[in-house]
Design a protein around this ligand. Structure first.
Ligand SMILES: [Zn+2]
Length: 716
C-alpha cells in the first residue's frame, strides 16, 4: 500500500472569481465563468443577463423588460461601493417627490445577485402603483423547449413553495441545461402586511417571474411609511470543468456500532483505492462537532497515512434537543421543531433507541446560532485536520421564521444567511472538498455557492439529468449504493448510468438500522470496485469531463454503449465504455463498439499511447498496454452485458496515477489473503451483532418503508 500524507490535490477548485468588471458612467459589465450581467446605471437596474449552457451563451432576459422592481424612479445616485475578486456591491438611490427607493445589489462571483431594498413615503397620502420584483425571461430561449417550473404556488402548507421559483430549462435538445431561481426573503409580508403572491405571467415574447408586493387598490401611505425586502436571482448551468469530487472513490461511513471504522476496514478501503472517506455519525448530536476525540484522531491519522482524504458530516442549522447547549439556544429557533427526528415510533433508522438526532431548527439570522454552527464546524475541521465538509440539509431553512427576536420581520425565508454561511465555510477551507447533500426537490439556488459536488440522488426515483440536478453547475453525486431503495440506486445497471451521467457514488458502509442494509464489507458493490480502478488510474480531478450532455467530442456506432470521457490539459485521456444492455441485449448479449474521439476538436495528437483497463471486480481488474491509437479510433470487439472497459491515452508516458496503480496491483496477490482474513473476522463479529440487534424491539417493529420514502418528502 502506498503512503501519501495529506497532500493537496492539484489546484482544481472552480474559479469563483469574476473574469471581468468594466465600469462606465452608463453601464457596469460583469462577467463570470457562466454568466454575464449588464447593470444600467441610468435606470439603477440590471438590463441584460446571459448564461452559458455548457456549449454556447444565451441571453435569457427580454430587452427593455425589467429585472428587479418595476418602479421607474429618477436616479439620484448609483455607486459601486465595494469591489473584490468575487464580490461587488452597487448602491442606488432613486426618488420622486413622493417615494424614495434605496436598493443595494450584491453580485457574487459564483453567479447570483442579491438585492436588498427599502422604499419610503416622503409625503403624506403617498399613492403607489403596483410593486413587483422579478425577472423577465425570454420566451424563445427559456420556455420554447421542455422546461419545469417548480414551487409556483403560494400555499404556505406546501413547504416547497416557500423556497424559490425555480425554472429548469434547456436551450437545445439536451434534457436540461440551465436553471434560474428567483427568491424572496419576506414572503409573508407585502406592503399591506399580507402574504406576497408569486407571479408567473405570460406577456408578449417573455414571461415575468417574480412576486407581487402591492396591488393597484392600495390606499395611499402616510409619510414615513417604510417597506423593505430582499430578493435573489441565481443562475446555474451545465459545467464539465475539473471537479475535486467527480470520479473520486468515496466511502460514506454511516455506522453507529461502532461510530468509527476500524483500522483493518480503513486498510481494506485503501486497497480498493478509496480517495475520500466521509464520516457521517461521528458527532453524537448531528451538529458536526464534538466527536470521540481519540477515535477521531485515530481515523483521520490512519486515513491520511493510507492516502485518503477525510471529510466530516455537518449541517447548517439543526440542533439536537439532547445536546448539552440546547437550552441556551431555545430563543434562536424557528418554529420548525423536530424538523428531523429518528422516527421514534417506527425506529426504522436505528436498531437501538436513539433520540440524539431529534432536532429543532435554528434561525441563522440569530447571530449566536450562526456563530455556534459556523465556528463549531470550522474549529472541528481545523482541530482534526480534515480535508473538507460534507454538508447535509443544504438548502435554506425549510420553514419560515416568525420570531422577531432575531431581528427580522415575520415570515422570513432565510436564503441570505444560508448562502453567507456556505460562502464563509468555503473561504475558511479554501480549495478543500465541500459536498452538499440536497436530496429530494432540487432547487439550484441551494447549491449555487461554493460546492464541488452535490449529493442529489438519495431521495430520487430516477437517475436522469433533471432529477439528479445536472443543471446546478457542480458534479452530481449520490449515496445509495447499498440503500434499501429502488433498483436504480443499487443495481449493476446503476453503474452503467453513472458512466453515462458522470455521477460519482458514495459507497455506504456501516451498521445503522433496518432502513440501511447493514454491511461492513467495503467491497460489497463488487462491480463498482472495478470502475473505481478506472478512475483511480487517471488524474480525474484535473480533467474536463465529457458525456452526451456536453460538447460532442466523441462518436460511437452502438447506442447501447454509454461513455465517459476525461481529458486533462496535458492531453491525457480516460475513456470508459459501458454496455447498458438496452434495449437489444437479448439478441446480442455481447456487443462490439467502434469509438471515434474527435482529436482535432480536443487538440490531441493523431497518435497516442494506449493502456486498456478491464475487469468486473477488484480481483479481476487488469491493465495492459495495447497498440497506440491513431486518429482517436478505438475498436472494442466484445463488451458483454453490464460490462465496462476503460482506455487511458497519452501522447507520451502513462499518467503517474496509472503507473502507481500498476505497481500497487503487482502486490495485490500477496496482500489480498490478509485482507480477506481480517474481513472474515470482522464480518463474523458483525453477524453476531446483527443477530443481537434482531432480538431488540426496534428490529421487530413494523417498518413502514413507504413512509420513509414517501413522495412528498423534500429530502433526507
Ligand atoms: Zn428568525
Amino acid at each position: 500500500m502506498f503512503n501519501q500524507n495529506k497532500v493537496k490535490m492539484e489546484k482544481s477548485m472552480k474559479d469563483r472569481n469574476f473574469n471581468m468588471i468594466v465600469e462606465t458612467e452608463q453601464l457596469i459589465n460583469i462577467q463570470g465563468r457562466n454568466y454575464k450581467f449588464l447593470f444600467n446605471c441610468k435606470s439603477g437596474k440590471f438590463s441584460q443577463i446571459e448564461i452559458f449552457n455548457g456549449i454556447t451563451w444565451h441571453q435569457i432576459t427580454k430587452d427593455g423588460e425589467l429585472v428587479g422592481d418595476n418602479w421607474d424612479l429618477p436616479m439620484v445616485s448609483c455607486e459601486v461601493v465595494k469591489k473584490e475578486s468575487d464580490y461587488l456591491k452597487i448602491e442606488t438611490v432613486r426618488k420622486t417627490d413622493m417615494w424614495r427607493i434605496n436598493a443595494s445589489y450584491e453580485v457574487f462571483g459564483s453567479g447570483y445577485i442579491v438585492c436588498t431594498f427599502a422604499l419610503e413615503a416622503l409625503v403624506d397620502q403617498a399613492f403607489i402603483k403596483p410593486l413587483m420584483v422579478g425577472v423577465s425571461l425570454d420566451e424563445q430561449t427559456v420556455f420554447s423547449r421542455p422546461h419545469r417550473i417548480m414551487n409556483n404556488t403560494n400555499n404556505i402548507k406546501d413547504i416547497r413553495s416557500i423556497r424559490a421559483i425555480s425554472i429548469d430549462y434547456t436551450t437545445d435538445d439536451r434534457p436540461v441545461t440551465n436553471s434560474v431561481n428567483f427568491l424572496l426573503e419576506s414572503v409573508t409580508t407585502n406592503m399591506n402586511n399580507r402574504a406576497c403572491e408569486k407571479l408567473i405571467e405570460q406577456r408578449s415574447g417573455y414571461r415575468f417571474i417574480g412576486w407581487q408586493l402591492s396591488k393597484e387598490y392600495n390606499f395611499p401611505f402616510p409619510e414615513g411609511y417604510r417597506y423593505q425586502n430582499r430578493w435573489a436571482l441565481t443562475l446555474t448551468g451545465l459545467d464539465n470543468s475539473p471537479s475535486n469530487v467527480r470520479g473520486q472513490r468515496i466511502y460514506h461511513y454511516y455506522g453507529l456500532w461502532p461510530r468509527f471504522p476500524s483500522n483493518d476496514m480503513l486498510e481494506e478501503m485503501a486497497e480498493y483505492g478509496c480517495s475520500i472517506l466521509a464520516l457521517h455519525n461521528v458527532s453524537r448530536y448531528i451538529t458536526g462537532f464534538e466527536p470521540d476525540e481519540k477515535e477521531m484522531r485515530r481515523v483521520v491519522n490512519r486515513a491520511h497515512e493510507l492516502g485518503m482524504k477525510v471529510i466530516s458530516y455537518c449541517q447548517p442549522y439543526l440542533m439536537s434537543i439532547n445536546s448539552p447547549y440546547y437550552k441556551h439556544f431555545t430563543d434562536s429557533r424557528t418554529e420548525c421543531l423536530r424538523i428531523w427526528h429518528c422516527l421514534a415510533e417506527t425506529q426504522i433508522c436505528c436498531y437501538e433507541p436513539l433520540t440524539d438526532w431529534d432536532c429543532d431548527e435554528l434561525c441563522l439570522r440569530s447571530e449566536k446560532a450562526y456563530k455556534l454552527i459556523h465556528d463549531g464546524v470550522i474549529e472541528f475541521y481545523r482541530k482534526y485536520g480534515t480535508d473538507g465538509l460534507y454538508i447535509d440539509f443544504c438548502w435554506p431553512a425549510q420553514g419560515l421564521c416568525n420570531d422577531n427576536r432575531h431581528g427580522h420581520p415575520t415570515g422570513l425565508f432565510n436564503f441570505y444567511d444560508y448562502l453567507r454561511l456556505i460562502r464563509q465555510w468555503r473561504k475558511d477551507i479554501d480549495d478543500d472538498i465541500m459536498i452538499g447533500h440536497g436530496g429530494g426537490v432540487l432547487v439550484s439556488s441551494d447549491f449555487v455557492e461554493g460546492f464541488d459536488a452535490c449529493l442529489t440522488g438519495e431521495a430520487q426515483k430516477e437517475l436522469d439529468p433533471i432529477t439528479i440536478g445536472q443543471q446546478i453547475g457542480v458534479a452530481p453525486t449520490l449515496w445509495t449504493m447499498q440503500r434499501a431503495k429502488e433498483d436504480e440506486f443499487r443495481s449493476v445497471a446503476t453503474i452503467e448510468n453513472l458512466v453515462r451521467e458522470g455521477v460519482t457514488p458514495h459507497v455506504g458502509v456501516g451498521v445503522g438500522g433496518t432502513a440501511i442494509v447493514a454491511t461492513v464489507d467495503p467491497a460489497h458493490p463488487v462491480h463498482l470496485m472495478a470502475l473505481w480502478q478506472m478512475w483511480r488510474a487517471f488524474p480525474v480531478e484535473e480533467a474536463t469531463y465529457y458525456n452526451y450532455l456536453t460538447e460532442k467530442v466523441l462518436s460511437l456506432d452502438n447506442e447501447n454503449v454509454f461513455y465517459s470521457l476525461y481529458v486533462t490539459n496535458i492531453k491525457q485521456v480516460l475513456l470508459i465504455l459501458a454496455n447498458s444492455g438496452k434495449p437489444a441485449f437479448e439478441a446480442t448479449p455481447a456487443t462490439g463498439v467502434s469509438v471515434k474521439i474527435d482529436v482535432r476538436k480536443l487538440g490531441l495528437p493523431s497518435q497516442m499511447n494506449c493502456w486498456r483497463l478491464k475487469g468486473a471486480t477488484y480481483e479481476t481488474f487488469r491493465i495492459a498496454e495495447v497498440p497506440p491509437v491513431n486518429d482517436g479510433s478505438i475498436d472494442v470487439p466484445e463488451l458483454s452485458l453490464h460490462e465496462y472497459i476503460g482506455f487511458v491515452l497519452s501522447p507520451s508516458d502513462a499518467p503517474m496515477e496509472l503507473t502507481r496503480l500498476m505497481r500497487h496491483l503487482e502486490g495485490r496477490p500477496e496482500r489480498l489473503p490478509a485482507i480477506l482474513k481480517a474481513k472474515q473476522k470482522r464480518l463474523a463479529e458483525f453477524d453476531k451483532k446483527i443477530d443481537y440487534f434482531a432480538t431488540l424491539p426496534n428490529a421487530k417493529k413494523e417498518m413502514d418503508i413507504a413512509l420513509f420514502k414517501r413522495n412528498d418528502r423534500v429530502a433526507e
